[in-house]
Design a protein around this ligand. Structure first.
Ligand code: UDP
Ligand code: MG
Length: 322
């Protein structure tokens, strides 16, 4: 049997917490009763520096509910950091941790499937949405566009997967080695690379309270995702520079021909030629600088360069000589 932690970031969630805690208690107890989780399993509510009574509520639940744990962050650090804080706190206490939102938009009835896949040997299980019909047309289109752009830029993200996922203790250990400040967990977790699988579920509407992800935050989150994982935009600048430089040579020819045939007003040729050529050269130079910045960017991230998944048939490690 394994110790399962459910990690739930909460920011100003006093309206949803009573129902969430009731539902999570019921679900976790049923996992325990079915033998999928052991008695040490908990759900961990992470208060992300809420300004309402979220922490008072959590503290109260922790006193009366043996399955409930709480963690309070000193500031509001955002969903991704709150989640990471919770996962890192759970890491040493659990065999696997599942992250989910406080509003229970992600169907908790599929938690059994997550744990079963873990018992089958998966280190990461991604929750993937079946349909997107509870979303507005706008959100659906922007989300699809986002995944397409990420794919085009070479970032490995799981389509229609948000942050509903299970990670084994070993995967959490691996996650702790990614020390980046601009956190985009959906991009990092696939980089870990251990055996993974998917669980499909339907996402509901938020039952109370309001979304903490308005459009502005969503856009900045998406941009963060792109710029934290891809240096391709920098390469695009170089390519654009090359393209415009090449184009400007054609323009140069055209301008010179026009000049010699006397189709131009005085001064036009010189201005047009310098605008195009200089513009192209400038972009190209920015691109070259960008190339170096891209290298600095990956070095500074200092991500682990490889991860050993299994070692077969190696001699046992020799104990240190005393
Ligand atoms: N959240 C958080 N810190 C924040 C914003 C959100 O911990 O600064 C939590 C929030 O309490 C919820 C989860 O992140 O549990 C997802 O937020 P929300 O449901 O508002 O986002 P949506 O589902 O609308 O994308
Ligand atoms: Mg939500």
């Amino acid at each position: 049997m394994s110790t399962v932690y459910l990690v739930i970031p909460c920011y100003n969630e006093e309206e949803v917490l009573p129902v969430t805690v009731r539902e999570l208690t019921r679900k976790l107890q049923s996992l325990i009763d079915q033998g999928l989780a052991d008695e040490q399993s908990r759900f961990l509510l992470v208060d992300d520096g809420s300004r309402d009574h979220t922490w008072d509520l959590i503290a109260g639940y922790c006193r009366e509910n043996r399955l409930c744990s709480g963690l309070k962050l000193a500031h509001n650090r955002g969903h991704q950091h709150a989640l990471l804080a919770g996962l890192m706190a759970a890491r040493t206490a659990c065999d696997c941790a599942i992250s989910l939102d406080a509003d229970l938009q992600d169907d908790i009835e599929v938690l059994d499937e997550f744990v079963e896949k873990f018992h089958e040997g998966c280190d990461v299980v991604y929750g993937v949405r079946n349909r997107r019909d509870t979303d507005s047309v706008f959100k659906r289109c922007t989300a699809r566009g986002f995944y397409k752009v990420m794919k085009a830029l070479g970032v490995d993200v799981v389509y229609d997967h948000a942050d509903y996922r299970l990670m084994s203790r070993r995967a959490l250990e691996a996650l702790s080695e990614y020390r980046e400040v601009n956190l985009f967990l959906r991009g990092i977790v696939p980089l870990i690379g251990y055996r993974s699988d998917y669980v499909y579920y339907d996402r509901r509407e938020r039952f109370a309270g309001e979304s903490k992800y308005p459009l502005k935050k969503m856009v900045s989150f998406a941009l963060d995702g792109i710029t934290s994982f891809s240096v391709k935009p920098l390469k695009l600048i170089s390519n654009l520079g090359i393209l415009i430089s090449a184009f400007s040579i054609l323009g140069l020819l055209y301008a010179l021909i026009s000049y010699f045939f006397g189709f131009t007003v005085p001064g036009w040729t010189a201005i047009v030629c310098s605008i195009w050529l200089l513009g192209g050269i400038q972009l190209l130079c920015i691109g070259v600088v960008g190339g170096y910045i891209g290298k600095i960017y990956s070095e500074v991230k200092a991500r682990p360069r490889f991860r050993v998944e299994e070692l077969l048939n190696t001699p046992a490690e020799k104990p240190e000589d005393k």
